[in-house]
Design a protein around this ligand. Structure first.
Ligand code: FES
Length: 104
């Protein structure tokens, strides 16, 4: 999997500070989270019912889904509140020359 290419997502300066930002990478919706310990990324659609996590509430390291209030830790994708039970898909992320890049 490590041979998948890094893809540009968004300039760091365009991120919502301390919040979640929706970006499209290729054709895939991606959520980029600005947390107290750095940037993280995941697929943007909730694995419970497909809601857009970028419309949810974000606090610290936890994104709460807007549809049923399931929640995930954005650092590792672990579900932390029902009805979310499966880990969400987190993406590898790096910053190069001010650009956030992700790898699927
Ligand atoms: S769609 Fe996200 S918790 Fe149900």
């Amino acid at each position: 999997m490590s041979d998948k290419p890094w893809q540009d997502a968004i300039l760091v300066t365009d991120l919502e500070r301390g919040w979640v930002t929706r970006v499209t990478v290729g054709r895939r919706p991606v959520a980029v989270y600005d947390t107290p310990s750095g940037l993280y990324a995941s697929l943007a659609l909730c694995n419970h019912g497909g809601a857009d996590l970028c419309d949810g509430y974000f606090d610290g390291h936890v994104i709460e889904c807007p549809l049923h209030q399931g929640a995930f830790d954005v650092r590792d994708g672990k579900p932390v509140a029902a009805p979310a039970t499966r880990p969400m898909r987190v993406l590898k992320l790096r910053v190069r020359d001010g650009m956030v890049q992700v790898r699927f």
